[in-house]
Ligand binder design. Structure first.
Ligand code: SAM
Ligand code: SF4
Length: 328
């Protein structure tokens, strides 16, 4: 699948649920209303859609959400997709809050998952509870260690929040280095209405990087994922440190990905509203050729770049949908 700007689309991020056992302050309001069940794709429908993308040349699938591991029966989907690894596509991975990893780490490895991203914004238990509202750090750390013990390669994702975790990145880098985890810092993105004030949370990663460079030897490296992350090598730990700055445009030209929501809506760009309703196609026909045609038509509309802005006068996000719907 090649889009109009010559980019090969080889990576799909699939949100398998909008639900979550946490209520992170930058992601959801505490009283979030979730989608009615009939709007969600069934596990069978998700499998069929993933299969269509693989038929069209996609080599990497990342399951996300919401929290992918709280979707009932998700391991059945992971196992079935895992059977196609190696010959039909290269990598099956997930982004998780870690709360269920204690339970699932070994099963994930058995299914063929080799790497996972776990979101941990702070190593301070009280702050962790404040940021995630419903999450508890010991359970997550236990999950992370279970993943490590099961042989999964772990990358830790942390959203940089002004005045919240900004003093902790040295400690987090050290902890990640001790365990051999890469660390990726993320700037907050203006997605969906939340309770707090977005501009209050925004912390530019250029500032964070300059501060870290005082204590660590950071060497830019070429490691590219086709996404908005730029990586440096950390000499003292031997691990990588990534910076995800979604509000800058410098990664759009290499963008290799599209996002599928748990309702079967395909977003060709995280930062644009244009989308294709693949659920209607999926439920309207058993013919996979029709489904593939709809996907190809959507890819032909992939925009050149994104359009994030914050409506500063009203403190509203430019895009009304929440991250848990699109999948992070
Ligand atoms: N529940 C899983 C988790 O937390 O890893 C997967 C879904 S979550 C939406 C994926 C990633 O998006 C997480 O690393 C989260 O921190 C990040 N995220 C959520 N809302 C965000 C926002 N407004 N700006 C930047 N990152 C955000
Ligand atoms: Fe849940 Fe992940 Fe959103 Fe936090 S960031 S509320 S863990 S979906």
């Amino acid at each position: 699948m090649i889009d109009p700007f010559g980019r090969a689309i080889s990576y799909v991020r699939v949100s398998v649920t909008d639900r979550c056992d946490f209520r992170c302050i930058y992601c959801m309001a505490e009283d979030m209303t979730f989608l009615p069940k009939q709007d969600l794709l069934s596990l069978k429908e998700l499998e069929r859609l993933c299969g269509a993308f693989i038929d069209l040349g996609v080599r990497k699938l990342r399951l996300t959400g919401g929290e992918p591991l709280v979707r009932r029966g998700v391991m059945a989907l992971i196992n079935r997709l895992g059977l196609q690894l190696g010959h039909r596509f290269d990598e099956l991975t997930l982004t998780t809050n870690g709360s269920q990893l204690g339970r699932f780490a070994e099963e994930l490895v058995a299914a063929g998952v080799r790497r996972i991203n776990v979101s941990v914004d702070t190593l301070d238990p009280d702050k962790f509870a404040a940021i995630t509202r419903w999450g508890r750090l010991p359970q997550v750390l236990e999950g992370v260690m279970a993943a490590k013990a099961a042989g999964l390669k772990v990358k830790i994702n942390a959203v940089a929040l002004k005045g919240v975790n900004e003093a902790e990145f040295d400690a987090m880098l050290e902890w990640c280095g001790t365990h051999g985890f890469d660390l990726c810092l993320i700037e907050t993105m203006p997605l969906g209405e939340i309770d707090g004030d977005r501009l209050d949370q925004y912390l530019p990663l250029s500032t964070v990087r300059a501060r870290l460079a005082r204590n660590w030897t950071l060497t830019p490296i070429d490691y590219a994922t086709g996404g908005p992350a730029r990586y440096v090598d950390v000499a003292e730990t031997g691990t990588r440190l990534g910076f995800i700055t979604p509000l800058t445009h410098n990664f759009c030209e290499g963008c290799n990905r599209v996002r599928l929501t748990c309702t079967g809506t395909l977003y060709m760009c995280l930062g644009q509203d244009d989308a294709a309703d693949l659920r209607a196609v999926l439920r309207g026909s058993d013919n996979d050729a029709v489904l593939q045609e709809a996907i190809i038509a959507a890819i032909a509309r992939k925009p050149k770049g994104h359009d994030f802005v914050i409506d500063r006068d009203h403190n509203r996000p430019a895009l009304a949908r929440h991250m848990n719907v699109t999948g992070g």
